[in-house]
Design a protein around this ligand. Structure first.
Ligand SMILES: [Zn+2]
Length: 398
């Protein structure tokens, strides 16, 4: 089987129902594409208590530097109600130039194109002067505990070192060539619980309504902007995402109230400095009494969600330029360099080497009728091919 055709590659991958955490045959299909090209393919099962075992794949061709890594995931989100799809989600049918299926853009499509680009490169020039590796996880859409993070640790312990990484997530909002991601905001979440005294709403002096205190605290988190944005990032933004008392009665003051929040933050902050700022705001708001005149300070506790995502920005000009020039050459468009959107596995990779992200148009990701234009698959393959040539030419001359 020749892996030079991205459409064939993608159809084979989509036909494997690899809904997280199931491997679904997707990694075996990928292995069957890469091994004939000369890649040494390793399958790595990651385990952690309380989470399902997950299969991952690491494949490398070449032994010396420079070493370029392509990273991505073969797991997909569930299709939802299959009857709502105009083509079955795991059939990979093509209709009017569109290829339908779960994972078409997020992100089996990106993998299919990168494999095709590498296959064409090897067909034309032989094995790369240096190394190319694939770091592919089956746990990106799930808890992301048994995926990229562990696979990187496993590979690094074996002595693997990379000079740069491209993640093939769908980064373009509307048209192929719109946007390269050169960093991501951080994400931090927590839950605040305010203790009150339960009582009758007609006798509030005998009770202490925790909702009053909670509103003081959440107001303090939402009121003043945390910053005004930086050169490469939008302003940090906090959203209170739920407020609960679990109280079904209208005439009972509840005993406690909780609120959860999530903040997406820029490079003004680290997760630590931001936690300190949030505590400072909560302490000040707890002591002041606009909603609870004459009362003692609000009694509250805060529990932080484990594993905040750290903010990062890639400053490797050679990597960014190799990719930008490839996009411009193939599409005629100069891509925006962006840090918008949610987190991705690039947050783990950035600790090992500079990382950028570029893939397909993301409009239908996670939706019913997820689909990609066949033309875009060929265009992305050409962009990746040009990027590989640019990056190796630069890395060897540096
Ligand atoms: Zn994805």
């Amino acid at each position: 089987m020749s892996a030079t055709n991205p459409v064939n590659n993608l159809q084979a991958l989509i036909r494997c129902p690899s809904v997280t955490p199931a491997e679904g045959g997707a990694l075996s299909v990928l292995e069957a594409m890469l091994a004939p090209l000369g890649f040494k393919v390793e399958r790595v099962v990651a385990r952690a208590e309380g989470t399902p075992d997950v299969e991952n794949l690491y494949a490398r061709i070449g032994s010396g530097g420079p070493h370029l890594m392509f990273a991505g995931h073969t797991d997909v989100v569930p299709p939802g109600n299959e009857a709502d799809w105009s083509h079955p989600p795991f059939a990979a049918e093509i209709s009017d130039g569109m290829l339908f299926g779960r994972g078409a853009v997020d992100m089996k499509g990106g993998i299919a194109c990168f494999v095709a680009a590498v296959a064409r490169h090897i067909e034309k020039h032989g094995a790369p002067e240096g190394s190319i590796s694939f770091l592919i996880t089956g746990d990106e859409e799930g808890p992301a505990i048994n995926g990229t993070d562990k696979l990187l640790q496993w590979a690094a312990e074996k002595g693997e070192k990379w000079d740069a990484c491209l993640v093939g997530e769908p980064t373009n909002p509307d048209v192929l060539g719109d946007m390269i991601k050169i960093g991501r905001r951080g994400s931090l979440s927590g839950r605040i619980t305010v203790q009150g005294v339960q009582g009758h709403s007609a006798y509030p002096h005998l009770a202490d309504n925790p909702i009053r205190g909670l509103l003081q605290l959440t107001h303090a988190l939402m009121d003043e902007p945390f910053d005004h944005g930086t050169t490469n990032f939008p302003p940090s933004n906090l959203e209170v995402t739920t407020i609960d008392t679990g109280n079904p009665a209208v005439n009972v003051i509840p005993a406690k109230a909780t609120a959860a929040f999530n903040i997406r933050f820029n490079d003004t902050w680290t997760a630590d400095s931001l936690q300190s700022e949030i505590i400072r705001r909560l302490e000040a708001a707890a002591a002041e009494g606009s909603l609870r005149p004459g009362r003692d300070p609000v009694r509250y506790e805060i529990v932080w969600n484990e594993r905040p995502s750290h903010v990062f920005l890639t400053r490797n000009d050679a990597l960014i330029e190799s990719l930008s020039l490839a996009v411009e050459k193939i599409t005629g468009r100069r891509p925006a360099l962006s840090t918008t959107g949610g987190t991705s596995d690039a947050r783990f990779i950035k600790d090992y080497c500079p990382v950028v992200e570029f893939g397909l148009v993301g409009q239908t990701m996670h939706m019913v009728d997820e689909r990609v234009s066949v033309e875009d698959l060929e265009t992305l393959t050409n962009i990746y091919g040009s990027f590989i040539a640019n990056w190796f030419a630069h890395a060897r001359s540096a």
